[in-house]
Design a protein around this ligand. Structure first.
Ligand code: ADP
Ligand code: SR1
Ligand code: MG
Length: 425
């Protein structure tokens, strides 16, 4: 891991980056040529880190460096450099479990908390595509496949108990990042925390209702309990639409710095929740040329197909690659295939219901918590934005409260359509 008092670390800049990177053999091999021709720019648009794009005449790489604090907040908000170590470890595991679905790692510089990786081109960040109304025909199949492979293969269905426990111990070092999620997603939005913000005054009444809503607070606390107590699988940990870079033919998952062993439904819920945010934001992006009606339907269809692809792939892995600590379950049910499938069905139903609850939690925090999303922030008319945001709040509340009443993504889609049809309170 990266010690926090590491005196080899210094923050790179556009001014110093090329000199530093040109000394790294792997970078030199990748970019080749005369370093005089290399160009560097800082392209990071995330909340936490520096991201440099370095180009030579014919090739490019990304150099992502952790800062000792939260970029979006400033130096007062310390955050360990070790997150770069965990991001790198997670990228390696993701590449092994879902080959070709992450940017290829070129080099890891431990002392500098610096990951050198493949520059993805012409990929765009999925969230930006959702704001622009772009269709990605592989998104659902690819993301369902990624989720099933990475979650199944890091679970006790696949890993030996001792191997998994050792990896849980390793990733438990990423505690500071889990604590960010515990605070920002599950706690702060529900009290008068310093960093919260919302569209005011339009949402003031909604926020005050949330603060008095004991049932909602019980539900969010239940989700936080699952988040903190389950170690089902190695999660990406921050799988929103900003962590997906995509074209119509290729999908890559970036930025697993929040990786830890947690409940499978958290990654699935993060993705679904962000699609639902995008759906509720569509009314704010209507133009004369595009009423976004078909696009809204595409988002909902994508949610359903993502779950379908996940479910299909997970069942396939369960049938063919069930080799882990839960394998004796196979022996127990050897005589009774039907009972075995029932157990799997029940397992997947719980994952679905967790995912629905986590989707609600992720949606709520993006409207009334500290960190907001482009989907809604780019709606410049505050009244129109507030209307979309009230739809998000209404849906998120239903998902959190009633998650255990749903038995399919089709149920989620139906309730989502119903909420958006109504005038929000
Ligand atoms: P943070 O952890 O600070 O959120 P990200 O890993 O999300 O940083 O990266 C920030 C931005 O940098 C992304 O939104 C994307 O625009 C760009 N980026 C990151 N990794 C790559 C990559 N491998 N190829 C191309 N662009 C990338
Ligand atoms: C200050 S941290 C805000 C958020 O950015 C990351 O992408 C995570 O979602 C985190 O909660
Ligand atoms: Mg990040």
């Amino acid at each position: 891991m990266i010690p926090e008092n590491n005196n080899q670390y210094r923050t790179l800049s556009v001014g110093t980056g090329i000199d530093y990177l040109s000394e790294i053999e792997d970078v030199h091999t990748k970019l080749g040529g005369n370093t005089e021709t290399w160009k560097i720019s800082e392209i990071g648009d995330g909340n936490l880190n520096l991201v440099f794009h370095i180009q030579s005449e014919h090739h490019s790489v990304i150099a992502k460096q952790a800062l000792p604090y939260i970029r979006a907040r400033g130096e007062k908000w310390q955050l360990p450099l070790s997150r770069a170590y965990f991001e790198h470890e997670a990228l390696l595991r993701h590449e092994k479990r879902a080959p070709g679905m992450t940017p290829a790692v070129i080099h890891f510089d431990h002392d500098m908390a610096l990951i050198i990786m493949e520059y993805l081109e012409p990929h765009i960040v999925l969230r930006k595509g959702l704001v622009r109304g772009e269709i990605f025909s592989r998104a659902a199949d690819d993301l369902g496949h990624f989720l099933a492979n990475t979650l199944f293969k890091s679970s006790n269905f696949s890993m030996e108990a001792s191997e998994k426990r050792a990896d849980i111990a390793l990733f438990s070092g990423n505690s500071a990042l889990c604590e960010v999620t515990e605070a920002r997603v599950f706690t702060e939005p529900y009290y008068e925390a310093e960093l919260n913000r919302w569209t005011s005054p339009q949402l003031d009444h909604s926020v005050s209702l949330i603060r008095q809503d004991s049932k909602l607070k019980t539900s969010i606390n239940e989700m936080k309990t699952i988040f903190m107590n389950s170690s089902q699988a190695l999660l990406h940990g921050d799988l929103h639409s900003g962590s997906v870079m995509i074209t119509d033919t290729d999908t890559r998952i970036i930025d697993p710095e929040f990786a830890f062993y947690g409940p499978m439904g958290f990654d699935i819920g993060a993705l679904i929740g962000n699609y639902l945010l995008a759906y509720m934001a569509q009314n704010g992006h209507i133009s004369k040329e595009n009423d976004r009606a078909m696009y809204s339907e595409w988002i909902l269809a994508t949610i359903q197909s993502t779950w379908r692809a996940f479910d299909h792939r997970f069942r396939k892995l369960w049938e063919t690659e069930r080799t882990g600590g839960l394998f004796p379950e196979n022996v127990i049910h050897r005589q009774d295939q039907e009972e075995s499938i029932k157990a799997l069905n029940r397992f997947l139903e719980t994952v679905l219901q967790d995912a629905i609850g986590f989707a609600g939690a992720k949606m709520m925090r993006r409207i009334i918590g500290a960190a907001h999303v482009e989907d809604l922030e780019t709606i410049s008319d505050p009244n129109l934005r507030a209307k979309c945001e009230k739809h998000v709040i209404a849906l998120a509340r239903k998902l959190l409260l009633h998650r255990n009443d749903y038995s399919s993504m089709a149920d989620v889609v139906a309730i989502t359509q119903d909420v958006r049809k109504r005038d929000p309170e």
